[in-house]
Design a protein around this ligand. Structure first.
Ligand SMILES: NC(=O)c1ccc[n+]([C@@H]2O[C@H](COP(=O)([O-])OP(=O)(O)OC[C@H]3O[C@@H](n4cnc5c(N)ncnc54)[C@H](OP(=O)(O)O)[C@@H]3O)[C@@H](O)[C@H]2O)c1
Length: 303
C-alpha cells in the first residue's frame, strides 16, 4: 500500500509515538485521536500528524475518524483496569474492537492492523488482560467480514525510549536504597525493541500478503525478569541487589497494590506473568526483520 491517510488509535502512547514518527517519515498523513491533547502534545512537531480530541468509544466519533482513511491501526490497550472484575479490560480490548470493525465498515476502510499481546488467549489466558486481548482477536477474526483485511501482531514485552518497562525498573532501582524485591523473578520474557515492532507494523501496511495473518513478535534473547532487571541495574551502574520474592509474598504484594491508586502492580499483572512470554515462531523472522537485543539498545536511552 502506498502512503496516504491513516488513523492510529493509541498513537499518543509509547509504541504509537515511535510508529507515528516512522509513518510520518514514510509520507503518511496521520490522524491520532486522544482523550487529552495536552498529554499528547509531544506529537506536535510531526507536521503531517493531526491530533484530534475524541471519545473513540462513541460509535459515531469513531466512524468519523475512520472516514477517508486508507488504513486504521489499533494500539489501544491497558495493563490495568480501575475495577477488579474484568469489565474495564472488556471495554477497551473487546467492545472497542467490535466498534472499530463497525466503524471501518461504515467508513469503507478495508485495512486494519491490530496490536494485541503475546499469549492472548480468550479461553486459557491466566489474566483478565490476556483473556480480553484474546477475545479482541477473536472479534477481529470472526466479525471483520470479507471487506476488511486484518493483520494481528502479538508482541512480548516491548522496550525502548519512553517504555514503561525498563524505565520503570530504572526509576525503582534508583529510588530504592539497597535491594529491589521482585515478583515473578523467574518469568521468561523475550523483550522486543520498539523499533522492530514499528518495522513489523510498517511491513504489514506495505505488504498485502500479511492480511489474515497473526505475527508473534519477540526479541532475540529469552531472559528471566530477574536477568532483565539486573541488566538495567548494571547499565545504570547501581549497587543494588535484585531479590526474587517467594510466590506467596509476591501475591500478597499484588493484592495490596490492587488498592494503590494507579495500580503500580496488580493481581492481574501477577497472573499474566505466570506464563512465559516467548514466541513459538518469531513473526519478525517471517517478516525478514532481524530483532535487536536488549544489550544493543539499552545504552542508547538508559543513561
Ligand atoms: N508496551 C508493551 O510492552 C506491550 C507489550 C505487549 C502488547 N502491547 C500492546 O501494544 C499496544 C500499545 O502499547 P503501548 O505500550 O504503546 O501503550 P500505551 O503507551 O499505554 O498507549 C496506549 C494508548 O491507548 C490510549 N488509551 C488507553 N486507555 C484508553 C481508554 N480507556 N480509552 C481510550 N484510549 C485509551 C491512550 O491514548 P490517550 O491517553 O491519548 O487517549 C494511549 O496513548 C497496546 O495494545 C498494548 O496492549 C504493549
Amino acid at each position: 500500500m502506498t502512503p496516504g491517510s491513516i488513523c492510529v488509535l493509541g498513537g499518543s502512547g509509547f509504541v504509537g509515538t515511535h510508529l507515528c514518527a516512522a509513518l510520518a517519515r514514510a509520507g503518511w498523513q496521520i490522524t491520532v485521536p486522544t482523550r487529552d491533547p495536552a498529554r499528547a502534545r509531544h506529537l506536535g512537531p510531526l507536521p503531517s500528524l493531526k491530533l484530534v480530541a475524541a471519545d473513540i468509544h462513541d460509535q459515531r466519533q469513531l466512524a468519523a475518524l475512520c472516514t477517508g482513511q486508507r488504513a486504521v491501526i489499533n494500539l489501544i490497550g491497558i495493563l490495568n483496569e480501575r475495577g477488579h472484575n474484568g469489565r474495564g479490560f472488556e471495554k477497551v480490548h473487546v467492545e472497542l474492537v467490535r466498534r472499530l470493525i463497525e466503524a471501518c465498515r461504515r467508513a469503507r476502510v478495508d485495512r486494519l492492523l491490530h496490536v494485541s499481546a503475546l499469549n492472548a488467549d480468550a479461553g486459557l489466558g491466566p489474566s483478565h488482560y490476556l483473556r480480553s486481548k484474546g477475545r479482541g482477536e477473536r472479534v477481529i477474526r470472526d466479525e471483520s467480514g470479507p471487506d476488511l483485511q486484518w493483520t494481528i501482531f502479538q508482541p512480548s514485552v516491548i522496550f525502548g525510549p519512553g517504555d514503561d518497562f525498563t524505565n520503570r525498573f530504572a526509576r525503582l532501582l534508583r529510588a530504592i536504597p539497597l535491594a529491589l524485591p521482585l515478583a515473578r523473578p523467574g518469568a521468561r520474557l523475550a523483550p522486543v525493541w520498539v523499533g522492530d515492532v514499528v518495522a513489523a507494523v510498517q511491513h504489514g501496511l506495505a505488504d498485502e500478503s500479511t492480511a489474515g495473518e497473526c505475527y508473534e513478535l519477540c526479541g532475540p534473547d529469552r531472559m528471566t525478569l530477574q536477568e532483565i532487571v539486573c541488566r538495567v541495574r548494571d547499565r545504570l551502574r547501581l549497587a543494588r541487589a535484585v531479590i526474587g520474592m517467594p510466590d506467596l509474598a509476591a501475591r500478597l504484594q499484588a493484592t495490596i497494590c490492587d488498592f494503590v491508586p494507579g495500580k503500580p502492580f496488580s493481581t492481574d499483572n501477577y497472573r499474566s506473568l505466570t506464563v512465559d512470554s516467548v514466541c513459538k515462531v518469531n513473526g519478525l523472522a517471517r517478516l525478514g526483520i532481524r530483532p535487536q537485543p536488549l544489550n544493543a539498545v539499552l545504552p542508547k536511552y538508559l543513561i
